[in-house]
Design a protein around this ligand. Structure first.
Ligand SMILES: [Zn+2]
Length: 367
């Protein structure tokens, strides 16, 4: 079996804005000796209960602080069999109101293009183009990276402050359809979110009126990332291939399991994102819609059993893909190598082959 990990990140702290965490700690934590001291204090001195979580956060920073993307890639590759393939998702955070980014998106892309060309990595890497509708020249950038630099798809991250149906993305979607290129989008609540100003344009949500009590940036991600936004995208581009990453996210899986659904009082807005994505796939109206289990599968105890049941569904089984969200998952307890091992044993080889090889190949357009 050839494994495709459809969702990893290799960007480093050089690609992260300087006010990502804020409170003036970003620059401090980028200095390795200071990180070392903080890490030592966390491990040895402070006995508080959240130490575990902070430990994992430091591990996350440890990887993000590597000097280049090749070093990050080497870590994740070391966990997998040699012929494993990786979809690499860069991030363009320059427009998210989190300050200055020292290494621009072009540099982040160029580094990935160089890696693709190395004989050692040939055929193993599937980098996507990070696109933000607020950046000028995204179509030209996409065409160049796809046609000349070995890029294989398009990545968007609406939580950074835009809707996926933003018309400025239309030319890129059009190009993706014409060339059968897959789109990957972040689709769980939270994640990295915009710290930019909340303007009138943002308040005009196409599905639900923004609740004035929820104008905090943290909650805006719910509006930007809502799975139902993609109905609007599919209305215009029914042939666009889109993967809604994280299958709604672990919190929404918990909600699906624990909160009863009342058809009399519940609205679209109350629906768990797992249900939204599942219903969209099962409706048959969106034959090019995919989802991946990255992050969600690692952060929740029951997730593998639920996935096992979903994989019995003939509508869902061809649409779910394996991915981990490396190195974001370094914050979680289950480590990168343990996950696929455990997952294979829970869902069985046949289902694992579907999510890790057959479905990704169809999504990535590999014969
Ligand atoms: Zn991710």
């Amino acid at each position: 079996m050839e494994i495709y990990n459809c969702h990893i990140h290799t960007f480093t702290t050089d690609h992260v804005p300087d006010k990502f965490i804020g409170y003036g700690v970003d620059n401090l934590l980028r200095i390795a000796p200071i990180r070392g001291i903080v890490s030592f204090i966390l491990k040895n001195v402070l006995p508080f209960s959240d130490r575990d979580l902070l430990d994992r956060y430091m591990r996350f920073l440890e990887i993000a602080s590597k000097s280049n993307q090749k070093k990050v890639l080497k870590v994740v590759m070391g966990y997998y069999p040699e012929d494993t393939k990786f979809v690499i998702l860069p991030m363009d955070m320059e427009h998210a109101g989190m300050g200055h980014v020292s290494h621009k998106i072009d540099e982040q892309h160029d580094e990935l293009a160089c890696l693709c060309k190395k004989p050692k990595y040939q055929g193993k890497l599937f980098p996507f183009v990070a696109v933000d509708p607020r950046r000028d020249g995204i179509l030209e950038m996409t065409i160049n990276l796809i046609e000349n630099e070995g890029f294989r798809g398009i990545k968007i991250y609406p939580a950074l402050g835009y809707f996926p149906q933003d018309p400025r993305l239309d030319p890129v979607y059009e190009y993706a359809v014409a060339n059968n290129l897959p789109v990957m989008t972040h689709c769980s609540r939270g994640g990295v979110y915009t710290k930019g100003s909340i303007n009138e344009e943002i308040k005009k949500h196409p599905h639900a009126p923004l609740n004035p009590g929820r104008f905090k940036n943290k909650y805006l991600t719910d509006y930007f990332s809502d799975p139902f936004n993609y109905k609007k995208v599919f209305e215009k581009f029914p042939d666009l291939k889109i993967c809604l990453a994280h299958f709604g996210g672990d919190e929404e899986w918990e909600k699906y399991l624990d909160e009863p659904w009342d058809p009399d009082t519940s609205t679209d807005w109350d629906m768990s994102w797992l249900s939204k994505i599942r219903d969209m796939i099962k409706s048959g109206d969106y034959p090019n819609l995919y989802t991946d289990i990255s992050y969600t599968i690692l952060s929740m105890d029951d997730s593998m059993h639920i996935l096992n049941i979903f994989m019995e569904d003939p509508d869902l089984a061809p649409k779910i893909m394996f991915g981990t969200d490396f190195y974001m998952v370094e914050r979680e307890k289950m480590k990168e190598r343990r996950l696929p091992m455990k997952l294979r044993s829970v869902i069985g080889e046949e289902k694992f082959k579907k999510i890790a090889e057959i479905n990704p190949k169809r999504y990535l357009n590999i014969p």
